[in-house]
Design a protein around this ligand. Structure first.
Ligand code: SF4
Ligand code: SF4
Length: 282
């Protein structure tokens, strides 16, 4: 068994360069115990919701835009900013903090998070960060998760009495469900670190569209040659017209196919690989 890579993939934290890392340098497992409680009566309530980098997964975007009742375009324009992630070369989406004093999150009020039940995965995991070891086991590369504590001075939740195992904390925060919804997409991110490939502007644009702008991706599926090119049965076509989760799953399959990670789609008889929408050979 050979360890290949180790990549932190989750955890709300202050922007890079803002000071010493708050990550406690000790790997935790699902059985590790932490002492922590966050509640509206605590003196630091909402202090963690300003001037921070909150990365969004496609499923976060889906939940938040539904909660707000707006289109992907409007959500992206009003509430997010993007940057190219250094290690992978893929565009990464973050909540755009307000310009006002202290740079608060646009969803925070003195009473707490206004989208609490639909808050992003990173806000759920906190103060537990998450990472992935990629390991070679026999002839297969497998992902193995590990956890770490993010301990910031302003957070007084560590002084409270409540104890949890990491597994209990994750269950309480619906972290497993969120991980499942973004699993294939995160895997694409992590794999990219070990693959030496160029991410040109066209690839980055398609990655952004299929990852974060589901409304536009739906138009791409229904209005381009997508359905003439790939074998997508009628039931799935009907589902992606109506259901954003089904559409998101198709988007992940498309990205994995397009970037040669896995043969998750099949071309229709007579279609040549170079004819497919998105334009690259898998
Ligand atoms: S989304 Fe909600 S929980 Fe997350 S930083 Fe913003 S206000 Fe805080
Ligand atoms: S306890 Fe920590 S997570 Fe909870 S409000 Fe305070 S700073 Fe935020």
């Amino acid at each position: 068994m050979k360890e290949e890579d180790q990549e932190p993939t989750g955890g709300k934290s202050s922007p890079a360069g803002a000071g010493n890392s708050p990550v406690v340098p000790k790997q935790l497992t699902l059985e590790s115990r932490i002492r922590f409680r966050c509640h509206p009566g605590i003196d630091c309530f909402t202090r963690c919701c300003s001037d921070i980098d909150i990365m969004l997964t496609p499923y976060d975007v889906l939940r938040m835009k539904h909660r707000l009742g707006i289109s992907s375009d409007e959500f992206l324009e009003r509430y997010t900013r993007s940057r190219i992630e250094e290690k992978t070369g893929w565009p990464q989406l973050l909540i755009k903090m307000e310009e006002s004093s202290g740079r608060p999150c646009p969803f925070v009020t003195p009473d707490g998070c206004t989208i609490y039940t639909d808050r992003p995965a990173m806000c759920r995991y906190y103060p537990v960060g998450q990472g992935i070891h990629r390991k070679q086991v026999d002839d297969q590369v497998v992902n193995e998760e590990f956890y770490m504590l993010i301990r910031e001075e302003h957070c007084h939740g560590f002084n409270e009495d409540r104890q949890w195992t990491i597994a209990e904390w994750r269950e309480n925060q619906e972290a497993e469900y969120y991980d499942r919804m973004a699993g294939e997409w995160k895997d694409l991110f992590v794999r990219s670190i070990t693959r030496d490939e160029e991410k040109d502007g066209r690839r980055q644009t398609m990655f952004f569209l299929a990852s974060y702008n589901l409304d536009q991706f739906r138009r791409f599926v229904l209005e381009s040659r997508f359905l003439e090119t790939f074998q997508i049965d009628e039931e799935e076509t009907a589902a992606v017209r109506e259901d954003d989760v089904e559409l998101m799953k198709l988007a992940f399959r498309y990205l994995r196919y397009l970037f040669g990670v896995e043969k998750t789609l099949s071309l229709k008889d007579g279609v040549l690989p170079e004819e497919k929408p998105g334009g690259e050979s898998a």
